[in-house]
Design a protein around this ligand. Structure first.
Ligand SMILES: NC(=O)c1ccc[n+]([C@@H]2O[C@H](COP(=O)([O-])OP(=O)(O)OC[C@H]3O[C@@H](n4cnc5c(N)ncnc54)[C@H](OP(=O)(O)O)[C@@H]3O)[C@@H](O)[C@H]2O)c1
Length: 333
């Protein structure tokens, strides 16, 4: 078993400091020691994988490396009492795909503490349609609800709406009755967003106010933001009294050009979302919601399935901000 070969994407640094991606054979003994060896059936592409695949040292310190922060598959070996060979499981985030060989390979070896049993009512492939992006959208929604932002409170703004986090936030919020307004840089994808359940689609320009006013007219009961920068700052300044803003990404900018007035004059809550270190109890609770109450029935319209060989072009696309919905990677293709 130890010398068994499997297919994986490997990112290598060249002597002139470039990073190249190749599909090669790895052997099981190249994987780290872990409690659970998983035969990966599906993975998915997240923005962070794009960074890992292009030598971003804030994500991955050492190369050669196999990215893939998401994996869903079947337990092949386990020294943990919690998991047995044949169990269907999901692993997302923690260190998977960052400095631990990730889901862009047909096997992963991980600590048992990272492994989530596949919820009933969800297939392995469906779980990777959601992946870290969908799970993060789910974390944002659960956190907004913990801050009393229920559907009757008013409009919810979702930024980066055609992206992985954004598209799942739009669809799941709409599914449970929220009035969703989505922000996109791709106005030609308006129909896609309306089909997901958005009630209104606005441009990034409409969602950006650079007047310098500390407060704008209060419109949003809640916000799911995956872009940061001026759009997040505008959203916070446009949030209604006692509203809440879930902040999870920085594709536009890591900066947040605001002052304290929205917080001290409107009692707005800014909620930070970190899927990587999210406690297991909250993670499992969110997966249960995704598999049941929030379950989406038309996942095909927001997912695209590719092979490991086809993944290279998708990585370039996500880094260019051109991805629409989610890319599932089928490791058996
Ligand atoms: N905190 C966490 O735990 C966590 C977990 C997952 C992801 N994230 C972060 O969340 C962000 C989104 O991840 P993702 O997987 O959804 O990525 P994605 O699929 O690439 O989606 C990002 C979307 O943001 C919009 N966008 C791109 N460039 C932009 C710009 N310059 N200004 C404004 N909007 C822009 C685009 O949508 P439109 O064209 O529709 O505007 C794009 O599709 C990333 O920063 C990622 O690292 C964080």
């Amino acid at each position: 078993m130890a010398s068994k070969k499997f297919k994986a994407m490997v990112v290598q640094e060249t002597p002139d400091g470039k990073y190249i991606r190749q599909i090669t054979d790895k052997s099981l003994d190249e994987l780290p020691e872990g409690d659970v060896l998983i035969k990966v059936k599906y993975s998915s592409l997240n923005y962070k994988d794009g960074l890992s695949a292009t030598g971003h040292r804030g994500v991955t310190r050492n190369y050669p490396h196999t990215p893939g922060v998401d994996a869903a598959g079947i337990v092949a070996q386990s020294v943990s009492d919690e998991f047995r060979p044949g169990d269907k499981v999901i692993v997302t985030s923690y260190d998977l795909g960052m400095n631990t060989s990730g889901g862009f390979g047909q096997y992963i070896s991980v600590p048992a503490a990272w492994v989530v049993p596949l919820p009933d009512n969800l297939s392995l492939k469906e779980s990777m349609a959601y992946g870290t992006a969908g799970l993060t959208a789910g974390f944002c929604i659960l956190k907004l609800r913990e801050h009393y932002i229920t559907a009757d409170k008013g409009e919810i703004l979702v930024t980066g709406a055609t992206g992985g986090v954004g598209s799942f936030a739009v669809a799941m919020l709409a599914k449970i009755g929220y009035h969703v307004v989505s922000v996109t840089g791709k106005l030609d994808e308006k129909q896609f967003l309306m089909d997901l359940g958005a009630k209104e689609v606005i441009s990034r320009e409409e969602a950006t106010d650079t007047s310098g006013k500390p407060l704008l007219e209060g419109r949003w009961a809640g916000v799911v933001d995956s872009v940061g920068g001026e759009i997040l700052a505008t959203a916070i300044r446009s949030t209604r009294l006692h509203g809440a803003v879930a902040c999870c990404g920085n594709v536009a900018s890591p900066d947040l050009p605001i002052n304290v007035y929205p917080f001290i004059l409107r009692g707005i809550t800014l909620i930070g979302i970190d899927s990587q270190s999210c406690p297991m109890e909250f993670r499992r609770r969110t997966w249960e919601k995704i598999a049941n109450e929030w379950k989406l029935t038309a996942l095909d319209r927001q997912t695209f399935v590719c092979s490991l060989e086809e993944l290279d072009a998708e990585i370039d696309r996500i880094l260019a901000g051109e991805q629409k919905g989610r890319v599932i990677v089928d490791l058996a293709r």
